[in-house]
Every structure is written in structure tokens, then in C-alpha cells.
Ligand binder design. Structure first.
Ligand SMILES: Cc1cc2nc3c(=O)[nH]c(=O)nc-3n(C[C@H](O)[C@H](O)[C@H](O)COP(=O)(O)OP(=O)(O)OC[C@H]3O[C@@H](n4cnc5c(N)ncnc54)[C@H](O)[C@@H]3O)c2cc1C
Length: 405
């Protein structure tokens, strides 16, 4: 219901305002809607834009099953491919790693924009959820009181609007506004810079392998990851501040061929590059992930450089916990899930950060120019390829099974 407090500031009242319609915000929104908890979802971009924004592609099986239990994985299960193997290419040799056999679980290859499309449809079209796309100048107010609110500029009218609520879910990603609302004296930010960049590429070309390929090479790391039968993601290690314009088509493909070459490997199927951008490889963790009536989820609370494909999976983990905690609070007045929310999320967050850091040395050691890092990175790789116990431990971390230690 919208009521006007003054001619210029319409005020809406709801239980939960969710800021950001990425995987985290949309999952929270769907859980609330399914439990008939009143909520409003605010997103700066248009619906068309978020439904086409390519990013992640590897969803861990536990997350797929959690979405399935909530009726949110029908299309995913219909179209996604299950992967349980990856390949390390090193010194011209190929080493298959069968983590599916070791862990009993798989990745589902499903582009993030398709998951977002499914979640928007489930929330907005099927369940009639309240969502406003294209909002501007989002501001949070009174988060340390029991009457917080969120204001924004309406994209249609240019008017300021305000939504009063009980709780705010800050799901607005790494570049959002909610994280900055945590007072510095109540939250710490741990940040780590990997000191490398990754040129992230999407090629209009079919995958050239049936699994993820990690190319470990003195010229720099490279990776191959399927996205769909027509599109493949590639990464090339580059200087952190490199300009994508330094990477014309010919240079990209000759560098990928060099870094991913190995005996018996299929030649790369080349194609037009439809995305080319440099990722500054860094990570951060905000602790605690909440202050007052504001709860952060996903990249708003922690960024995991995409070394081990953990970011979206962590966002889903947070969102599932936060969604259920909000349902308990709004439905039964049970605040225990909310008060324990940050402590419930952070162990998995740190396990994933540590695993990404560990894997980074395997992937970047050879090209670091540091003989000690190169030697110890190679030792880590030999250990997971040579010891069943080490391989099993790696497999569980890679697939995200039971890692909330
Ligand atoms: C190239 C690349 C590849 C990746 N590959 C993988 C992978 O294979 N597996 C994996 O698990 N992760 C991967 N990730 C990470 C993954 O994409 C993110 O971790 C994931 O998108 C986080 O979801 P989120 O909902 O927290 O944030 P986001 O997806 O960033 O969503 C936040 C939303 O909030 C909106 N927003 C921002 N500011 C505001 C505001 N002020 N008000 C309202 N809305 C706002 C944004 O427009 C956005 O829609 C990859 C990332 C990149 C860049």
C-alpha cells in the first residue's frame, strides 16, 4: 500500500526491503514470497539488463538441490550440464581430476543470467512479487532503530520514494551502497589482493573440452570453462591494470593456444569474442555481516576472486540462510536465525577464501617469476594428483560439500 506523507514523498510500508536483484537478492525475495512475507525488491538496472549480464556459470550441487527443494530449479535441472571432472595442463601434459567420483557431487553448468531470469520470473511473474527496476540514488535510513527505511528515486516519475520496513537485506553486490552503511567501528573489512589480473573472455565458440581446463604456464595462467553449447568462457592471466584493448582477437587466441596446449589436447575452437574485460583479482570479507536491522548477503558482504568459482555459490548460501531467518522472524517473531546469521555464514566464507588462495598458488606460481612460489605451487598440484586422501580433501572443497567447518 502506498500512502502520501507529503505531496513529494510517497511512503510505502513493508516487512523487508531487499536491495539488489542478483542471485542473493532474488533468492531471498523468492523465499519470502513463498512464505507470504511482504517484501519490496529494489534494483538499479533494468530487468532486460540483469537477465543478460553474463558472469558465473558453475553452481555447486548442494546449492542446486536447495533451489530444487524450493521449486526454483526446474529450468536449471532441465538444461544444465553436470560436470564432475576438471583437467590441469602443466608442462605440456594433461592431468584429469575426477572430483565427482571422489565427492559424489557435481557442478551444474548454468549461466548466471539464466538463473537470474528464472528467479525474476518466479518472483515477479509467477508469485506477483513487488519489484522496482531502474531505481536511482538508493539510501538507507535509521538502520540502528526498529523502523529502518530505504529511499530511492523512482525511474518513471523522478520522484523520491520511501519504503519503511522492519529489516533491510543488503544484496547489492560489490559496488552497491549497503556495505558502506555498516559503521566502521562495528565492522571490519579483511581484504586480499592477488597481484594479478584476469582477462575475462566470452567467446562465441563451442567448448573445446568436456570439462574445466586449468592451464598452468610460465607465460601466465589460462582457463577454459563451458557456458553453453555455443559459448565458452576463457581467462588469461594479465597485469592487474591491463587494458582489454591490448588484447586484440589474434593475440587472445594465440596466447590461449600457447597456455592451454598439451599432448593429445583437442585444438581450441575459435570464435568471436563477445566479452573482454580485465578483472582486478582481489577478495574481501566484512565481519560481522550485519548491523542493526541491515543484513548483508553475497558480494555485498564478501567478494571471492573467481579462482575457484565460489562467489555465486556463497551468495546463494547466504541468501538461503537469510531468507529462512527472515521468514522465522517475520512469521513467528523468532529472531534467533537473524541474530546468528553472520556467524552461520562466515565459516563457509572463510573456507572458500582460503581454498581460493590455496588454488591461486597452484595456478599462478609457475608464472610468478618467483622460483619458490613456482616450486611450491607444483608441489601442491603433485599432491592432489598423487595422493587419494589429498585429492578427496581437494574435491570436497572444490565442490563445496560439507565445508562449513
Ligand atoms: C567473470 C566472472 C565469472 C564468475 N564466475 C563464477 C562462477 O563460475 N561461480 C561462482 O560461484 N561465482 C562466479 N562469479 C562471481 C558471481 O558472479 C558473484 O559472486 C555473484 O554475482 C554474486 O551475487 P550477488 O547477488 O551477491 O551480487 P550481484 O550478482 O552483483 O547482484 C547485485 C545486484 O544489485 C544491484 N545493485 C547494485 N547497486 C545497487 C543499489 N545501490 N541499489 C539497488 N540495486 C543495486 C546490481 O545491479 C545487481 O543486480 C564470477 C564473477 C565474474 C565477474
Amino acid at each position: 500500500m502506498t500512502v502520501a506523507s507529503s505531496p513529494s514523498t510517497p511512503i510505502q510500508r513493508t516487512r523487508v526491503v531487499i536491495v539488489g536483484a542478483g542471485p542473493a537478492g532474488l533468492t531471498v525475495a523468492n523465499i519470502l514470497r513463498a512464505a507470504s512475507v511482504d517484501c519490496v525488491l529494489l534494483e538499479t538496472e533494468s530487468r532486460e539488463f540483469i537477465e543478460q549480464r553474463p558472469r558465473a556459470g558453475f553452481i555447486e550441487e548442494w546449492a542446486v538441490r536447495a533451489l530444487e527443494r524450493r521449486g526454483l530449479a526446474d529450468r536449471l535441472l532441465q538444461y544444465a550440464q553436470a560436470h564432475g571432472e576438471c583437467e590441469f595442463r602443466f608442462a605440456g601434459e594433461r592431468h584429469r581430476f575426477r572430483y565427482g567420483e571422489l565427492s559424489g557431487q557435481h557442478h551444474f553448468v548454468y549461466p548466471q543470467q539464466l538463473l537470474v531470469t528464472d528467479l525474476v520470473r518466479a518472483y515477479a511473474d509467477d508469485a506477483g512479487g513487488d519489484v522496482c527496476f531502474g531505481v536511482r540514488d538508493v539510501e538507507l535510513h535509521a538502520i540502528d532503530t526498529d523502523r529502518p527505511s530505504v529511499s530511492y528515486t523512482d525511474p518513471e516519475t523522478g520522484e523520491r520514494r520511501r519504503v519503511d520496513c522492519d529489516v533491510i537485506a543488503g544484496c547489492d553486490g560489490a559496488r552497491g551502497v549497503t556495505r558502506a552503511c555498516l559503521p566502521p567501528e562495528h565492522a571490519t573489512v579483511a581484504r586480499y589482493d592477488y597481484g594479478v589480473g584476469w582477462l575475462a573472455l566470452l567467446a562465441e565458440a563451442p567448448p573445446s573440452s568436456d570439462c574445466v581446463v586449468f592451464g598452468i604456464h610460465p607465460r601466465g595462467f589460462a582457463a577454459h570453462m563451458a557456458r553453453s553449447p555455443q559459448v565458452t568462457r576463457y581467462y588469461l592471466e594479465c597485469p592487474p591494470d591491463d587494458d582489454p584493448e591490448n588484447w586484440p582477437h589474434e593475440r587472445v587466441w594465440s596466447e590461449l593456444r600457447a597456455r592451454l596446449s598439451a599432448d593429445g589436447a583437442r585444438p581450441l575452437a575459435e570464435g568471436r569474442l563477445i566479452e573482454k574485460r580485465v578483472l582486478d583479482m582481489h577478495s574481501y570479507v566484512v565481519e560481522p555481516m550485519a548491523y542493526g536491522r541491515l543484513y548483508l548477503a553475497g558480494d555485498a558482504a564478501h567478494l571471492a576472486a573467481p579462482i575457484a568459482a565460489k562467489g555465486m555459490n556463497l551468495a546463494l548460501h547466504d541468501a538461503l540462510l537469510l531468507g529462512e531467518a527472515l521468514v522465522a522472524y517475520c512469521g513467528k517473531g523468532d529472531g534467533s536465525g537473524l541474530s546468528g546469521y553472520s556467524a552461520a555464514c562466515l565459516p563457509r566464507v572463510w573456507q572458500c577464501q582460503e581454498f581460493s588462495h590455496w588454488l591461486s598458488e597452484v595456478l599462478h606460481g609457475a608464472s610468478s617469476g618467483d622460483l619458490f612460489r613456482a616450486g611450491s605451487g607444483a608441489a601442491r598440484l603433485r599432491r592432489i594428483l598423487g595422493s587419494r586422501a589429498a585429492a578427496a580433501a581437494f574435491a570436497e572443497l572444490y565442490i563445496g560439500k560439507d565445508i562449513d567447518l
